[in-house]
Design a protein around this ligand. Sequence first.
Ligand code: FEO
Ligand code: CA
Ligand code: CA
Ligand code: CA
Length: 684
Amino acid sequence: MPDQPGDRTGRSADLPLLTSHNTARSALTCRYRCGDACSHDAPNRSLNTYFGDVVQRALSRRGALKGGAVLALAAGGATLAAAPAGAVAPSGGRPPRGLDFEVVAPNTADAVTVPDGYAQQVVIRWGDPLLAGAPRFDARKQSAKAQARQFGYNADYMALLDAPRRGHQLLVVNHEYTNEQIMFFGYDPANPTREQVEIAWAAHGLTVLVVRGDRHSGKLWPVVGDALNRRVTATTPFRFTGPAAGSALLRTSADPTGRTVLGTLNNCGGGITPWGTVLSGEENFNQYFANAAAVTDPVAKARLARYGLPTGASERKWERFDPRFDIGKEPNEPNRHGWVVEIDPYDPTSTPRKRTALGRFKHEAAEPRLTRDGRVALYMGDDERFDYLYKYVSTKAFKKGTSRAAREHNLTLLDEGTLYVAKFTGDSPAAEIDGTGQLPEDGAFDGGGEWIPLATGNKSHVAGMTAEEVYVFTRLAADKAGATKMDRPEDVEPHPYTGRVYVALTNNRDRGAAGKAGPDEANPRTGNKHGHILELDEHRGDAASKSFRWRLMLVCGDPDDPSTYFAGFDKDKVSPISCPDNVAFDEHGNLWIATDGAALGFHDGLFAVPVKGSERGHVKQFLTMPKGAECCGPIITEDRVLIAPQHPGETDGATAEKPGSVWPDGPGSIPRPSVVTVWKEKRR
Ligand code: FEO
Ligand code: CA
Ligand code: CA
Ligand code: CA
């Protein structure tokens, strides 16, 4: 049971505020997940403009609603009338389809707490056997050989696809990072052993796993040893494709061609393509590298700094065991990370690709949508304070069908296209955006925006940069293009029926700080602690458009906090929500939001909210996380909700000997990041 006060809506008059270090996260999370990104200055020191600097364009709000009134999904997709922003209606009637559950109150229980009438089961834990011959997990007898055949650590994005066999599905999972302090007994951060380092390499990457469902419940079991099961790790060969493949900027002594790279690191948000492959974004790749200080050339130095590469030793000391992690020895190796990777989960022998046309940054999401003429658009966030939102539009169109020719064609779509970055403009006078979160006089944080092209194929659109430089140093290209500095753009997801794009902006404690960009209409709160959700309507509803309208749907936090906004819905009836991170839609078009770093004194969780109709903005908490965990991977189907509690037990001072959580195995165990299925029990 929850051990914190709060009624069924989770409201509390006295929400405690966390004040430890720079964020609500534990110090361990900061150290191992992001390489203490929050403790460092945000690496975007560019002088490109933000709203406070520009003369506001008087955009017609009426025009915006007209533009967003009907958005068509290309390729025969459904159409839906879009709800005007701020639609308000009394609640109390039947809950919207798909959201008929009792709200879970915020709490600090070391458990996954689900609504009354729902059940749960752990599908697979870190270390559970996956490939044939894998040993059972033994926390005190871990080995790299075993880990390479077992489920990896810290599941993040998850994708569920049809499997060739009836009643089976393919689950593809990212393994974002390792936390050696709570994985290994007797771990010495100053002197990791080779075996520990190689276990960590094998615990990163991706898993492809066949799962079998139960016909009578939402239970799900791994099919251990299935021929499609696969582990991709920090040492698996990848091929570079697209315009920067083979570039001198990607060449190293181990790979003089610049076309092959070992491993994928820090895989966070992702997406599923219409041709059945899975995309995965390499996020905080910088933390695995060491000794940027060895580089003295000012241009190279500036590039390393813009990506936050460590000047001294790395946290995990991998550079002692493989010189490619030492920038002094292999200055181009960091350029080979920070990409979107594409994996074909149906072919366990396929070589996964790093798609250079999608640019290099701290990638989040890569959720595709088709343009009106059938090309592929991908929306991508760069998750760092004051970094940007991107879009890619392919040059060629998607081919329907499962023929070999169609598949081979579709596998080239992410290699040639245009990479854009977003510039947002508010429609209210700058003086009305005062940093408090108070709505401007027109009643909405909203406005217009444009997609600024950075490169198309081998042609650069950025003065002073070649196309290869644009792709490899995308952040610097976007700085020059005058992109809008955002509050940590994380997951980005197009609505499955309307095509409207939803952007989770997690937080930004530095917004408005001395020397930093001030509040603007798209990022309206100074010291933004709780984040917000932005809706974006492409011009004419076409994902290929060069302009868009946008509005904030949610400005998160304690609903008693006047700076919060829940699409105009009655704030007495909503759940508190902080730090939106991963987003997903259910089959009814409701938005589900997983949080990371909840700064209201309660654990992270999963929330659902209708995006249209009279219940628009009615945020309801569906479940809560164990101690120290963020909520990842949400997949919402009619049968079950799949989540991945990531980094349970990652609390200040925790070690394997002194675990911060004993989820999911109970007293006497170390925490194990896992995948969980949740379903509604049948009434007897
Ligand atoms: Fe891995 Fe941006 O979270
Ligand atoms: Ca406005
Ligand atoms: Ca995340
Ligand atoms: Ca998502």
